[in-house]
Write a protein that binds this ligand. Structure first.
Ligand code: AMP
Ligand code: FE
Ligand code: FE
Ligand code: ZN
Length: 303
């Protein structure tokens, strides 16, 4: 098996490791290809691409859909968290263009702005509960441009209000908890459409955690290409069920660790939740079918 992890976060959003550190860990753990899928931003991938371009020996640029950094293939991706009533639906987008789709960039920008706005509202709720926090403090903990609840949780730990980020979610920040604020309403189908319009390939992330399989047909009708079957929050029954759903519907069964960094409460270990590289080829074929663009096969230049 050529180990491929199709779901990893970095300091671009709420991951703890920088993109370079993630690549180093991939090398250590024998992962040959990784999709960096930060929440609402491709800044981490852009940063890595710029670094790869400055290092001719590293082997890049290679293709329109991926590139190599230190010998590891990097797939530009994004994770968009949407809401459907009380349910959370996360959509992964693969092969996100790094330069140029201004419509998609604008959507991500709007989503990031609404993240900041949402954090502001959560802080005012916490303040009312006698747990004051500065927005500056939270923004400093978010090393990238995409701020979120984990950064609020971390700030709460630093202030001594809770002993872990998990506790912050359980007591204050989780859905239905006193400081919870819903995100700006973006329907799952809108995320699927936006990714597809931008030339990307949309996949439903950890669908078992959403609990709304009934929307699957609508998502497929709007361009969904795959289901994330292998995921640390999926039981072995979930893996089987979504793999067979994928087979029945002609969707690609994908998988990844949702790695958020060493010691993070979220996600699994990088290298332990993987699929074979052939899944990348399936995703790339799906993209080719949708965009009709044949010029996207990666070639390794000088290593
Ligand atoms: P946000 O994007 O601001 O809505 O925050 C969601 C992020 O919080 C997810 O991407 C996870 O990384 C993290 N998260 C969600 N639930 C928990 C939890 N119970 N404990 C710790 N982190 C969590
Ligand atoms: Fe996250
Ligand atoms: Fe997710
Ligand atoms: Zn994720």
């Amino acid at each position: 098996m050529r180990k491929t992890d199709l779901h990893v976060h970095t300091t671009g959003s709420d991951g703890l490791l920088s993109p370079e550190e993630v690549v180093a860990l991939c090398r250590d753990n024998g992962v040959v290809a990784v999709a960096i899928a930060d929440h609402d931003t491709v800044a981490g991938v852009r940063h890595l691409k710029a670094a790869a371009d400055r290092k001719p020996g590293s082997g890049s640029p290679l293709s329109q859909t991926s590139f190599f950094f230190e010998g590891v293939e990097i797939i530009p991706a994004v994770e968009i968290n949407t809401e459907l009533g009380e349910k959370e639906v996360h959509i992964l987008g693969y092969f996100i263009p790094l330069e140029g789709d201004s419509e998609f960039d604008t959507l991500l920008e709007i989503l990031r702005q609404s993240r900041t706005e949402r954090v502001r509202l959560m802080l005012s709720r916490l303040g009312e509960m006698g747990l004051p926090l500065e927005l500056r403090h939270v923004e400093k903990l978010a090393r990238g441009e995409s701020v979120g609840r984990p950064h609020v949780g971390k700030a709460m730990v630093e202030k001594g209000y809770v002993s872990s980020v998990r506790e912050a979610f359980e007591k204050y920040l989780g859905v239905g908890k006193p400081a919870y604020v819903p995100r700006t309403h973006l329907a799952p189908v809108e995320a699927v459409r936006a990714i597809t319009r931008a030339g990307g390939v949309a996949v439903w992330a950890h669908p078992a955690t959403s609990g709304c399989d009934d929307i699957l047909d609508e998502l497929v009708d709007n361009g969904l290409c795959g289901l994330e079957c292998i995921h640390p929050r999926h039981s072995s029954e979930d893996v089987l069920r979504y793999s067979s759903l994928a087979r029945d519907l002609g969707l690609i069964a994908t998988g990844g660790s949702d790695y958020h960094g060493p010691g993070s409460d979220e996600g699994g270990e990088l290298g332990e939740w993987v699929v074979d590289y052939s899944v990348v080829e399936l995703l790339r074929n799906a993209r080719r079918r949708k965009t009709g663009n044949p010029l996207d096969t990666p070639r390794r230049s000088s290593e």
